[in-house]
Design a protein around this ligand. Structure first.
Ligand code: ADP
Ligand code: MN
Length: 184
């Protein structure tokens, strides 16, 4: 049994696999779905949160990203825990306490398609290469499997809009099942 009325869902994957797009569509769909619309669904883009709350030790010029202060991030995030109904969107998944997360969705994408997406985004070559390698080596998937119970980790392909729609539908099904099993 969970102490939350609604589950917290972590959407993770290599940058460019579709986390933010999925999280936004999922929250919108959850807000409209009859069985889930009463919950205070919130999309929490952790990268944006890090920037807004200053949970970092500065900008890393080489990697064009913030050096995350993990302790500060966890302290700040603790504040937003409670009711559940959070959709967390981040490429790192081994940082959150296990008890915070009810479902981990790992998005996957063909690496050449991922390369194109990151190029379009204007990433520098070293960053495209690093992320491309990470997708091939299944870094995020391995981290997810090491950090959470096997049965809460779900791997979904994110290469087409149809897949995205199907993925959102599957997660909504999962949320309604979670409610049936956990509601008092
Ligand atoms: P992330 O948040 O994981 O870095 P985004 O959600 O920003 O990824 O997606 C990166 C790019 O890839 C966006 O242009 C998005 O529209 C596209 N994209 C992501 N997932 C899909 C998909 N399943 N089908 C088609 N395009 C996608
Ligand atoms: Mn994103």
């Amino acid at each position: 049994m969970s102490t939350r009325g609604w589950p917290n869902i972590l959407i993770t994957g290599t940058p460019g696999t579709g986390k933010t797009t999925h999280a936004a569509q999922l929250v919108e769909a959850l807000q409209q779905h009859a069985e889930t619309s009463s919950a205070p669904w919130q999309h929490l883009n952790v990268g944006d949160f890090v920037k807004e709350k200053g949970c970092h030790s500065g900008w890393n010029e080489e990697w064009q990203s913030w050096d995350v202060d993990e302790d500060k991030l966890l302290d700040e995030l603790e504040l937003v825990q409670g009711a559940g109904a959070k959709v967390l969107d981040w490429h790192t998944c081994d940082l959150f306490p296990e008890r915070w997360i009810d479902l981990v969705v790992v998005l996957r994408c063909d690496h050449s398609q991922l390369w194109n997406r990151l190029e379009k985004r204007g990433y520098k070559l070293n960053k495209i290469q690093e992320n491309n390698d990470a997708e091939i080596m299944e870094v995020v998937l391995n981290d997810a499997r090491e950090s959470y119970a096997e049965e809460i980790v779900v791997v979904l392909q994110s290469e087409t809009p149809d897949q995205m729609e199907e993925n959102v539908g599957r997660i909504i099904q999962w949320v309604t099942a979670w409610r049936e099993n956990n509601a008092d």
